[in-house]
Design a protein around this ligand. Structure first.
Ligand code: NAD
Ligand code: UDP
Length: 354
């Protein structure tokens, strides 16, 4: 664990404001993406309040910000109402467990987080006339029948399977955001995030990149679910956060959500082989049952983000894996130096990707 961050209760928050700074609220601020966003907003001159129930978030993710006078962390579950007088200028809603094992552990609370939590934050945005951002997901496309997925595709989602609490919760949240926008004129921004990875993921997060790296570094079996022919496209966290900030600040009245992700597609088997190759691990690749409703393919169409945000990912999987593996090596403290080996296969692949 890192240094303990100052955590306040919601009713003991500071009323003091920096007159010259905009105040941003980051719900889910102690999580993987949320902590990187808090750091970026502080660097951009915001006063930042992280709100988190610490379900999957960790205080140590915020340790680097603990001494910053412009930063406050408040323990609060967004399913519970926020005080009417809570003063904010911008709201980012990232609060929701994102990894399948974590969001399926308490599916009803996951659904409430997306629906009741969004309503609470939207009500706050309405009262404060604040701009509000929603972290939506590529899961709104379900197991897509259109490939790659443009924003105009309505998706292919099971309403009652084990992933539905997340997928349908996020779809409902999108509906709520646009209904609040149409009804009350609130400025809403919705990012449909595709698989993103990087430092500050939990070793027990359960998502594929962290699982494979942690397994490889520990010399454990690399668990490929199913045959490994399913595909995903992996975005490094720094690229995604840049996309968030651009989306929040673009001076456009946005009429739809925006895909943010990397459009270089890999099979899960390819990823497993790359991680073993990159880490010089002796781990074996083994197969485990494919989870129910696991999407067979996924790759974002990011034409809109390219054209209107001037955004596209810059960090290659090679570089992103190196930075993530270095993070986990330090965290796990196994001290074994990583082979400074870069996969020529990967470089070749990314150089030729559309
Ligand atoms: P994460 O699990 O690390 O972060 C989620 C954070 O929200 C955690 O700090 C958690 O404690 C907090 N939280 C959960 N429920 C809450 C509640 N009811 N009240 C207050 N706080 C709560 O996951 P992440 O990868 O950082 O994802 C952040 C957001 O981005 C999520 O909304 C997720 O759905 C979305 N997203 C992420 C990805 C990705 O690849 N990382 C992809 C699509 C969407
Ligand atoms: N996956 C895997 N082994 C793991 C974790 C995940 O093969 O240890 C697979 C999973 O079945 C899915 C893909 O990797 O096909 C991405 O899974 P993740 O949970 O990271 O994200 P999501 O399914 O939400 O895209």
């Amino acid at each position: 664990m890192g240094r303990v961050v100052r955590v306040l209760k919601l009713d003991s928050r500071s009323g003091r404001r920096h007159a010259d700074r905009a105040r941003a609220l980051v719900a889910g601020g102690a999580g993987f993406l949320g902590s990187h966003l808090c750091q970026r907003l502080l660097a951009d001159g915001y006063e930042v309040i992280a709100l988190d129930n610490f379900h999957t978030g960790k205080r140590c993710n915020l340790a680097g910000m603990a001494r910053d006078a412009s930063f406050t962390c408040i323990k609060h579950d967004i399913v519970d109402e926020l005080p009417a007088d809570f003063a904010v200028d911008e709201i980012y809603n990232l609060a929701c467990p994102a990894s399948p094992p974590h969001y399926q552990a308490d599916p009803i609370h996951t659904f409430k987080t997306s629906v009741l939590g969004s309503i609470n934050l939207l009500e706050l945005a309405r009262r404060r006339n604040a701009k509000i951002f929603q972290a939506s997901t590529s899961e709104v496309y379900g197991d897509p029948l259109v490939h790659p997925q443009p924003e105009g595709y309505f998706g292919n989602v099971n309403t009652h399977g084990p992933r539905s609490c997340y997928d349908e919760g996020k779809r409902s949240a999108e509906t709520l955001f646009f209904d609040y926008s149409r009804t009350y004129g609130i400025d809403v921004r919705i990012a449909r995030i595709f698989n993103t990875y990087g430092p500050r993921m939990r070793p027990d997060d359960g998502r594929v990149v962290s699982n494979f790296i942690v397994q490889a570094l520990r010399g454990k079996d690399i668990t490929v679910y199913g045959s490994g022919t399913q595909t995903r496209s992996f975005c490094f966290v720094d690229d995604l956060i840049e996309g968030f900030v651009r989306l929040m600040n673009v001076p456009l009245a946005l009429q739809h959500p925006v895909n943010l992700g990397n459009s270089v597609e890999f099979t899960i088997m390819e990823l497993a082989e790359l991680v073993v190759d990159y880490t010089n691990s002796r781990s074996r690749i083994v197969h485990r049952p494919l989870p129910v409703d696991d999407p067979r393919q996924r790759k974002p169409d990011i034409a809109f983000a390219r054209q209107y945000l001037g955004w596209e990912p810059k960090v290659t999987l090679n570089e992103g894996l190196a930075r993530t593996a270095a993070y986990f090596e330090t965290l796990l403290g196994n001290g074994r130096p990583l082979a400074a080996k870069r996969s020529s296969r990967l470089s070749l692949r990314e150089a030729t990707a559309p």
